[in-house]
Design a binder for this molecule. Structure first.
Ligand code: SAH
Ligand code: SF4
Ligand code: F3S
Length: 440
């Protein structure tokens, strides 16, 4: 009988891409995918620990599997990802969820087949986590979700130690992949029909710093831009402190680099930015945005914002509202500050009460949503190039895809168009999406 697997993924694109690698490894072992956990022979949770709610969801899920495991003792339950890179979360899983069979980390995904074998042979709980791995395992294949677009890791880890953030403790120190290996991977993707790549790293602007020779992120973009078949290049995430003039120039010049920049600001108050260890002020950020908009006039700028960092006063929060009104973001991920054990900010005494955080959060959304809508109004009656991505979940006749600027567009069409470029005339504007019809 064919063995089946389910991977449940939390967190960012890095984790999504790691799950694609695990899926490839499992399918090479003869496993087939299933959405239904009751049918699965192995269930893997690829976890995230960036905020508390991500962590709680995993514990909830693990708890709910106890019965299934009792009924199906051969079922393998594995937990990996950023949560397992911290000793505290690992111990919670080992102590409270004894039905978990395999625990592994973010740096030893390639060992999954061995870990499964070891568990099958011994019947024991296998724990394999490398706390501070500097090694890069190149060329792990992945079973990518789409053929026409792909995530490509260009670097791992983070050295920035923003005081609220746990990622440097889970993903280790920053290290860049060899550009030749990245280019080889993208050339292969292009040969297999990939048209859009998203280059991934916690801070892509510092790409190359750990290489033995001088090679920057702008150099990498220039090389990727030369690859035949690739038509769109995206990347994330950019740290404002490292966004160089060279990079802005490269973005403006290179035809395949999309007119979209995700530039997390986190907060508008320079005092809070300092406490966050972000290494730029509100004024630095605003100047940077101005420079980018001058170089690339049609660019869409998106961001991440944290509300309620320890010590944030109403005045500080007003600075955030002022900043979002001045930048006029196209979209934003907004988060309530979440205390993460082990980070500097978690030790601060002046934590903001939950109800204050929630109230500010709502005011931030109320300020930003009309701006998103007004920005989208610029697309009314325009014709845009869309890479068709999928059939809408709610309506089988409706397709969705994205513009170069990252806007999600809905339109009627046949599913054969998935993976192709179409021209869409925009007829309706929403806060988060655009609607239109195919003109070619
Ligand atoms: N490396 C990326 C972001 C990685 S985490 C960058 O620096 O831009 C994604 C986002 O989660 C961050 O931008 C931040 O807004 C948010 N985040 C990280 N830690 C958080 C915490 N403790 N509480 C709330 N949001 C947090
Ligand atoms: Fe976290 Fe800051 Fe690194 Fe981003 S740059 S991963 S927010 S420490
Ligand atoms: Fe990503 Fe969450 Fe880890 S945001 S890097 S999966 S802690």
């Amino acid at each position: 009988m064919t063995k089946k697997y389910t991977i449940v993924t939390y967190g960012c694109q890095m984790n999504e891409h790691d799950s694609e690698k695990m899926s490839w490894l499992l399918e090479n072992m003869g496993y087939k995918p299933t959405e239904n956990k009751n049918d699965a022979n192995i269930i893997i949770y690829n976890t995230c620990i960036v905020r508390e709610n991500a962590e709680l969801k995993v514990y909830g899920q693990l708890g709910s599997l106890k019965d299934l495991k009792r009924k199906k003792p051969d079922l393998i339950i594995a937990v990996c990802g950023c949560m397992m890179q911290t000793e505290t979360a690992r111990n919670v899983v080992l102590d409270k969820y004894k039905h978990v069979d395999i625990i592994f980390g973010t740096s030893n995904i390639h060992k999954l087949p061995q870990l499964i074998d070891r568990h099958n042979q011994t019947g024991e709980t296998i724990v394999d986590v490398v706390e501070d791995n500097r090694e890069i395992v190149e060329d792990i294949s992945s079973n990518r979700k789409y053929t026409f677009k792909a995530f490509v890791d260009i670097m791992y880890g983070c050295n920035n130690f923003c005081t609220y953030c746990i990622v440097p403790y889970t993903r280790g120190r920053e290290r860049s992949r060899d550009p030749k290996s990245i280019i080889r991977e993208i050339e292969q993707l292009a040969q297999d029909g990939c048209k859009e790549v998203t280059l991934l790293g916690q801070n892509v602007n510092s790409y190359g710093k750990t290489l033995d020779y001088h090679f920057t992120f702008a150099d990498l973009l220039t090389e990727v831009n030369k690859i035949d078949g690739i038509e769109r290049i995206r990347f994330m995430t950019s740290h404002p402190k490292d966004l160089s003039d060279d990079l802005i120039a490269a973005m403006a010049q290179l035809d395949k680099v999309c007119e979209h920049l995700h530039l997390p600001v986190q907060a508008g108050s320079s005092r809070i930015l300092k406490a966050m260890n972000r290494k730029y002020t509100k004024e630095d950020y605003l100047k940077l945005v101005e420079k980018i908009k001058r170089a690339i006039p049609d660019i869409a700028i998106t961001t991440d914002l944290i509300v309620g960092f320890p010590g944030e006063t109403e005045e500080d929060f007003q600075e955030t509202l002022d900043l979002v009104k001045r930048v006029r973001y196209d979209s934003a991920f907004t988060f309530l500050y979440s205390k993460r054990e082990g980070t500097i900010a978690a030790k601060k005494e002046n934590q903001v009460p939950d109800e204050v955080k929630h109230e500010r959060f709502q005011r931030l959304l109320d300020t930003m949503y009309p701006i998103f809508y007004e920005n989208n109004m610029k697309y009314q009656n325009k014709v845009v190039e869309v890479l068709v991505e999928e059939v809408s979940k709610n309506n089988k006749d409706i397709l969705s895809g994205r513009t170069r600027t990252g806007k999600l567009v809905h339109f009627q069409g046949d599913k054969d168009l998935i993976g192709k470029f179409v021209s869409i005339k925009i007829t309706e504007i929403k806060t988060f999406t655009l609607e239109g019809f195919i003109i070619q």
